[in-house]
Design a binder for this molecule. Structure first.
Ligand code: PLP
Length: 350
């Protein structure tokens, strides 16, 4: 079973944080258009933002090729994961959610708090990929939901797109499937890797997306879910919905959602940092897992807590995991000066 180390928040006394690389944020956002929209929207802050929420929902539905009833907006995708976790826990008490281990835990934590089990399926040996065959084998009458995170946090591994779509085709005919695509923009081909195509085919599948990563809006809180209308209506009773969104956030999202130039820029800066990070790790004698995200996971030689504390002393904030009998460090992609601070810290710590 995987253990995630606590998020290091405060640096030791006298240490200045040079690089916060612990929460998979994107320092290139919010985009210039989003910032302009926020400043224009702030004076409209006395108005309820319903009409803008409706406009955003329509824009997202058109881009994703689904109807407006197939989009549920929310302040960040995390609250949708929690709402879905609670909803699926309560449809059948005593059931379970099948998901990889390690993966992003927010949905399962909410479900477990509501009394059902997380049936953990270890990642594949050596490749640290979702073990789709094993997950499918475990589906039974007792299964409430199957959760997949693609690409996966904390490993960064992307599932083979053909295998994933076939898995969703088969499994969603039996039980609902939830695919969390928070990092999809950082894969080689987001359209090929996304299973929104399966939603369009009418399958029992939900896809979560966020503005926290490629759009650099983690602090503004914006996310959405794509699914079948009845399912979204049922989940929305547990949380999510445009009611929790602020005027400024919605207007920022409207301004950047289709800003392809910014998305391309944001991605190119991320990929540049990822390549630099790969080289840095190699130069210091580390291996790493190939990432389809804005972070990289690599095995470390010391205890995770010690590694994180020592990096923090160098002003660099990272996170640690323990699984497969090994400690791992997860480092998010920052600006080049931040990546250089990581490289300098790593040299000293190694
Ligand atoms: N899903 C995954 C896989 C994540 O890594 C995160 C955050 O890091 C989230 C969802 C939630 O992000 P947010 O609530 O900011 O949309």
């Amino acid at each position: 079973t995987a253990e995630a180390g606590a998020l290091p928040v405060l640096p030791p006394k006298g240490v200045k944080i040079k690089a916060r690389l612990s929460a998979n944020e994107n320092p290139y956002g919010p985009s210039p258009k989003a910032l302009k929209a926020i400043s224009e929207a702030s004076s409209d802050g006395y108005l309820y933002p319903m009409q803008y929420g409706a406009q955003l929902r329509k824009m997202i539905a058109e881009q994703e090729g689904v109807s407006e009833e197939q989009i549920l907006l929310s302040p960040g995708s995390g609250s949708l994961l929690v709402a879905a976790g609670m909803y699926y826990a309560n449809i059948k008490p005593g059931g379970s959610i099948i998901a990889a281990d390690p993966t992003y835990e927010q949905l399962m934590r909410a479900a477990v708090q509501h009394g059902i089990k997380w049936e953990k399926v270890p990642l594949t040996a050596g490749g640290y990929d979702h073990n789709l065959a094993e997950m499918e084998k475990r589906v039974s009458d007792n299964t409430n939901l199957v959760y997949v995170n693609n690409p996966n946090n904390p490993t960064g591994i992307t599932i083979d797109p053909v295998a994933l779509r076939a898995f969703v085709d088969r499994v969603s005919a039996k039980k609902p499937v939830f695919v969390d695509e928070a990092y999809i923009h950082y894969t080689s081909d987001p359209a090929k890797h996304s299973v929104i195509e399966n939603v369009r085919k009418g399958q029992n599948v939900l896809v979560a997306r966020t503005f926290s990563k490629i759009y650099g809006m983690a602090g503004l809180r914006m996310g959405y879910m794509v699914g079948q209308p009845d399912t979204l209506a049922a989940i929305s009773k547990w949380g999510g919905g445009a009611g929790g969104l602020s005027m400024t956030t919605i207007r920022a999202a409207l301004a950047c959602y289709q800003d392809d130039e910014f998305i391309k820029y944001s991605l190119s800066k991320g990929l540049e940092a990822r390549e630099y990070l790969y080289q840095t790790l190699k130069q210091n004698g580390y291996t790493y897992l190939p990432s389809g995200t804005n972070f990289v996971l690599f095995p470390i030689r010391t205890k995770g807590e010690d590694f994180v504390a020592k990096m923090m002393e160098q002003g660099v904030s990272v996170r640690q995991w323990k699984f497969d009998g090994q400690y791992w460090c997860r480092v998010s992609l920052g600006t080049m000066p931040q990546m250089q601070a990581f490289a300098e810290g790593l040299k000293i710590v190694s």
